[in-house]
Design a protein around this ligand. Sequence first.
Ligand SMILES: NC(=O)c1ccc[n+]([C@@H]2O[C@H](COP(=O)([O-])OP(=O)(O)OC[C@H]3O[C@@H](n4cnc5c(N)ncnc54)[C@H](O)[C@@H]3O)[C@@H](O)[C@H]2O)c1
Length: 321
Amino acid sequence: MFRVGIIGCGGISAVHAQVLSELENTELAACADLLPERAGRYGCAAYADYRKMLDAEKLDAVHLCTPHHLHPVMAAEAARRGVAVFTEKPPAIDAAGWEQVKRAAARAPVGVCFQNRYHPHVRACLGFLKENTYGPLRGIRAFVTWNRTAAYYAAADWKGKWATEGGGALINQAVHTLDLIIGFLGAPDQAEAALSNRRLRGAIQVEDTAEIYLNRGGVPALMYASNAYSQDAPVMIELHFDQAVIRLEGDLMMVIQAGKRREIPCVTDPILGRSYWGAGHKACIADFYRSVETGQRYQNDPASCEATMETLLKLYAQARR
Ligand SMILES: NC(=O)c1ccc[n+]([C@@H]2O[C@H](COP(=O)([O-])OP(=O)(O)OC[C@H]3O[C@@H](n4cnc5c(N)ncnc54)[C@H](O)[C@@H]3O)[C@@H](O)[C@H]2O)c1
């Protein structure tokens, strides 16, 4: 049984706590949060200082559910004590932080919560690419159109700021989709972004809207990500193959071929958390503990995130310049 701690007991931590209670080989032993009522919300040993928790609790692993800028330093503190780390996305907000996460991974297992890689339809599309089922990939387009209001940003002091969130719609809401696109496309040769603040100008520092252009070997990938929509619409990703168009929208996959449209629904685990986040946390976390147990490479290890992180940081550097 793995003794696990959660650091940061806000919104997403509830999904981690639920998964840890459902898995047979994990036990939530301790939590740390600056706010005592949050640290105590899951009824286990509660700490304000996560380093004290790491020193006192003999944990096998910690889950980082804290603001973005804290992931690297917390990963380093855990790894130097030999504690495995499962970090929420993004693993870092700058190059120095990303290097720190990779150094931590040399000392202890580190996994990144890109749970949508576990979606059956995403896996199916990776299979189409590998098997050349519909011929070569010609292009990709994606939309992430969600609703993040001024009240959402006001509720957490780290959101909406360059220093702590590291960006807005792209690094926080659309980073999963960027990661999937790069999983399909490979590391791009060209990566350009235009960032803007359409709705919350003056209220937040970071972008609420990002327009992305990637290209690899002549195959373009376009993404539009905005937090300025009226609702949290299902994410849409379309892969244009030579002989078919595959459209993923929420839990639906459409295969459009020779003018005919086939709809393939997908039954995923009961949704943990909000459906538009994707329901893959359980599969992603279960696989992490399987890899820690067996010593086999974890699918979402830092090396698997290199192209995504490199592209993400490049997009921000280029667009902000
Ligand atoms: N994978 C997903 O789909 C998904 C979905 C939502 C959020 N997230 C990620 O989860 C992380 C947390 O997001 P959230 O929305 O739950 O944020 P949140 O603001 O609701 O929670 C963060 C918590 O961290 C605590 N905290 C801050 N500094 C701390 C410190 N030094 N020590 C201990 N606790 C500290 C805060 O008090 C707060 O309770 C972010 O990285 C976010 O991107 C991922």
